[in-house]
Design a protein around this ligand. Sequence first.
Ligand code: UT7
Length: 329
Amino acid sequence: MRAKITALGCYTPPRILTNYELENLVDTSNEWILERTGIRERHIADPDIATSDMGTEAARKALAQAGVDPKSLEAIVLCTVTPDMFFPSTACLIQHHLGAPRAWGFDLIAACSSFVYGLNTVAQFVQSGLHRRVMVIGADTMSRIIDYTDRNTCVLFGDGAGAMIVEPAEEGEDAGLIDFIGEIDGAGGEYLKMPAGGSRMPPSHETVDKRLHYVHQDGQQVFKYAVRKMYELCAEILKRNHLTAADVAVLIPHQANKRIISATADRLGLPPERVMINIDRYGNTTSATIPLATQDAIAQGSLKKGDLVLFVAVGAGYTAGASLWRWAY
Ligand code: UT7
């Protein structure tokens, strides 16, 4: 049994935070942000909106596109680093909001690689024959864990959500998952993290005063790893499937930095028109970048039925993953 993606829905909150507004918060400039990252603006959730709200909206759009009832969902995997709370899981909250009583599910935390991991996980549920209709959602409210006094990080992230429905391909249909590679390297854990709030450093006045509940990143270390690993995973997954970059209709990478994406594409020999970049409008939405970029690739005609699409992501952990699909619709 082969798993295929049958629908996609995305949600971004309406409020937009531009680089120019950030110039008023920290010592930065629109020129620096644009040149070093490719970001122009990002969406920011209103205070009363949390990750489950955005995830639910994205899920509803995917269900509407597929024209299927939430009651037919058998599992929901919710990818995030910003759950509404530690428990209950945000997957439970979304299952309830959607009205999907048959679905079991859980939250998956793999930072920026979460969606690629979650997509492969739900695909395995289908390919094993366990389920016939499952959903993966990537949703992050990064603005809740960003320190808007730290110019190293506050310019990078935005909020958003995206959801995909995965179902079995028809018999004989050439569509769906072809291959997946996942890789983690815990030695990179120091370089991108939210230090406090867990069992190692539970919340206290001290952790709040030291601003340890925010994202801390050594940007250069992560940059070097991302540039190398994105290329390596793409090259490996193509090679072991006897394909070349020329076979790929579109590369849809995690959107952390335009320079990381361009370096990967250059090394693979992919021309810009076959690489999806939309970081300019969303920034890094962590678990939501891949579905948001897929939505835009479809909208601009870069991804069509029958195309070979390569997803790739690198994130905190380190985590990294690539998956290759034949697009189904
Ligand atoms: O999605 C999860 C994975 N995350 C990533 O993949 C992020 C990877 N890293 C990056 O994208 C880049 O490293 C950053 C965009 C975070 C930083 O870009 P960079 O070119 O590596 O800059 P840098 O950290 O080497 O800093 C260069 C200079 C420094 O000033 P000095 O020491 O040379 O005087 C920084 O203080 O730029 C300064 N700087 C800024 N200047 C204006 C850092 N942030 C800013 C800023 N505005 N926002």
